[in-house]
Every structure is written in C-alpha cells, then in structure tokens.
Ligand binder design. Structure first.
Ligand code: CA
Length: 227
C-alpha cells in the first residue's frame, strides 16, 4: 500500500514515514503543498495523509482540487485546529477522515487500515473508465464530471460495457447479459442498435474523445484506443 504524506513539518513527516514503513506501508513525503499537489496529480497512491496548514497551497485547497478532478484516493486530514467548524470544512471538502494533532501513531494506523478496507468495498459499487464514472448504488453516471441522464436499459448496457471495457462485446452477449434473452426467434439486433445509438448520443456526442465504437459484423467495444 503506497501512502503519500503531505506535511511541511519535517520532524513530523519523517516520524510518520518511519512509523508507516515499520507497519509495512510504502511511504513518500511531500514537504509542501505544491509538491504534494504535483505528486497526487502525476502518481497513484492508495492513501494520502494531508496536513491542513501548509505553506503555498493549503491542505483543503489540494483536497478540493483532487475531488474536482475525480481523484478519489482516500485522504486523512491532519489538523492542529481542534474546532468543530474546521472538521466540518475538511469533511465537506472530501476528506475521508481527520486526526487532531498531536495524535497517537496506533490511532493513525488504525484509521489507515479502516479506510483501506472501506476503499475495497466501495470499489465494488463503482465503475469508471476514461472519465466515465458509474455509481452502482446511487445509479449516478457522469463523464468528465458532467452528469448523464440514462434510462434503466441504457444504464445496464453501459454497466455491461464498462465491466468489459477494451473487449469486443457481441450482440449475442448483449442480448444474453443485458436483455436476458437466451434464444429468440427474432434477434434483438435492432433493439440493441437503437439502444447503442441512444447511449452513444449521451456518453460520446458532447465529448471530443469517442469511446463507444461499432465493429461491423462483430459487435461493439468501449475503448479509448480506436478513433
Ligand atoms: Ca503544517
């Protein structure tokens, strides 16, 4: 598990890093907001420990931009300011948890483990691909943060395509897995094609990069590679 510590107090940052490494985590430090922001944008971490008070960009600013950019890495905010108002601000900005400084290390480790368990559970309820985000619980779908209104069938169709991203999906697979038709006298090809066309209008037409492609005589593919 790879953890980024964004903390300007060197002693505190190094103590956290040392402690996390003893627990078997891989820990990296960014000593200011700019560096932290850059690393969060350019690398993948499983968790970020983010100090609230940082020179340059402060912790909350970094957190808000991360969430705007749909970077959903769990974040634990460290704050020395023990006021209810600040906690609310931190959680409102997209923090998953917070700790008041000074904190006990076993507490930090316990929170990290709790968040990593939660993260695994949540990913089963969430599908994403190339800017498309699908929440299977709330049934919310968006692309590049733009909310898309899908019908139930379009939702199911997109869910199946997301689960099979970058793979060819035939009309037969769709009639079986989305329309739940095993064998039928009249093939569903026209029905499927109409739904694909409607879905494409919503997920692709307003965007430059097209994702849903028809492969003649074969089926469909959700992919960034084919243009
Ligand atoms: Ca600080």
């Amino acid at each position: 598990m790879k953890i980024l510590i964004i903390e300007d107090e060197k002693k505190v940052a190094r103590a956290i890093k040392e402690r996390l490494e003893k627990e078997g985590f891989i820990a990296t430090i960014a000593y200011n907001g700019e560096e932290g922001f850059f690393r969060v944008n350019s690398e993948t971490f499983d968790l970020v420990i983010l100090d609230w008070m940082l020179p340059g960009r402060d912790g909350i600013e970094i957190l808000e931009i991360m969430r705007q950019k749909s970077i959903s890495t769990p974040v634990i905010v460290l704050t020395a300011r023990d006021s209810v108002e600040d906690k609310v601000t931190g959680l409102g900005a997209g923090a998953d948890d917070y700790l008041i400084k000074p904190f006990a290390f076993p507490e930090l480790v316990a929170r990290i483990r709790a968040l990593s368990r939660r993260g695994k559970k949540e990913s089963a309820q969430h599908l994403s691909f190339a800017g498309i985000e699908m929440n299977l619980l709330t049934r919310k779908v968006s692309r590049d943060q733009k909310v898309l209104q899908l019908t139930n069938k379009e939702f199911e169709l997109l869910e199946y395509l997301l689960r099979n991203k970058n793979k060819i999906v035939s009309r037969g697979m769709l009639s079986q897995n989305v329309w739940h038709e095993m064998a039928r006298a009249t093939p569903l090809d026209n029905v499927i094609d109409v739904h694909i066309a409607h879905l494409r209008k919503k997920i692709d037409d307003p965007f430059d990069t097209k994702l849903l492609h028809t492969l003649r005589g074969v089926g469909f593919i959700l992919s960034e590679e084919i243009q």
